[in-house]
Design a protein around this ligand. Structure first.
Ligand SMILES: C[S@@+](CC[C@H](N)C(=O)[O-])C[C@H]1O[C@@H](n2cnc3c(N)ncnc32)[C@H](O)[C@@H]1O
Length: 219
């Protein structure tokens, strides 16, 4: 019987393969670290102004559904300058906000102070973060699109917990040169959260912007 030698093993003896693997790992880690730093400084410089660039008023979908939301441990993902977390804190929710931008979160604390309330915040790269399991009564995520993060909601919510999401959908591309990767497809939220109870859903196109919103409950 003829023994066939693996061409990879001939070209790269064991020691060399380990070294190549290590180099590849280092390369990928530095690419990720660079992307993180780029995002962080981009958002920090956007937020480096007295003005609240996304305003201090919550989205109507949150206000309209306030009475349905379970009061308790609340996670505001990609909180930004805090318009949602701070509003919820004034209504008695116990809010933790996560965002990559320290500047944004500083503004969120300033907003909370001006409204005589308090929030907790943490600077976190959500692309490299796992949500605590079975921990939250409510998760809010607005105008931040990260599909693999949405998939963590089921584990992160307590039974009966809810999540409220709103962001641009595919119709928004009529109005903006937004990267198509970062908009929701038609019915995407309904599909992603099909094993939750859908409490409210809307797809809006008002002639200037187009977005979808959903309120779901973990069964
Ligand atoms: C369009 S803003 C939305 C802010 C807020 N949710 C709102 O609706 O006002 C997007 C937010 O995502 C944050 N962000 C971007 N990349 C992030 C990442 N990898 N990890 C955590 N936050 C990130 C930005 O700093 C920014 O605050």
């Amino acid at each position: 019987m003829t023994a066939h030698k693996d061409p990879f093993k001939i070209l790269f003896p064991k020691g060399v393969s380990i070294l190549l693997g290590l180099l590849l790992f280092l390369l990928l880690t530095s690419v990720h670290a660079l992307a993180h730093e780029k995002d962080k400084s981009r958002w920090d410089s956007k937020y480096d102004t007295e003005t609240y660039i996304f305003g201090i008023t919550p989205i109507p979908f949150l206000i309209e559904n306030l009475k349905l939301l379970p009061k308790g441990k609340t996670l505001d993902l990609a909180m930004g300058e805090g318009r949602h977390g701070v509003y919820l804190a004034t209504k008695g929710f116990d809010v933790l906000g996560l965002d990559i931008s320290q500047k944004g979160l500083q503004k969120a604390h300033k907003l909370a102070e001006s409204q005589n309330t308090t929030i907790q915040t943490r600077v976190v790269d959500l692309e490299n973060h796992t949500l605590e399991k079975n921990s939250y009564d409510l998760i809010v995520c607005t105008y931040y699109m990260q599909r693999d993060l949405f998939l963590q909601f089921k584990d992160a919510l307590k039974p009966g917990g809810m999540a409220l999401i709103e962001t641009y959908n595919i119709d928004h591309l009529k109005y903006s040169k937004f990267n198509p990767k970062w908009v929701l497809q038609s019915n995407e939220l309904l599909e992603t959260f099909k094993d939750f109870k859908i409490i409210r859903y809307q797809a809006v196109d008002n002639g200037k912007i187009a977005y979808s919103s959903i309120l779901i409950q973990k069964l």
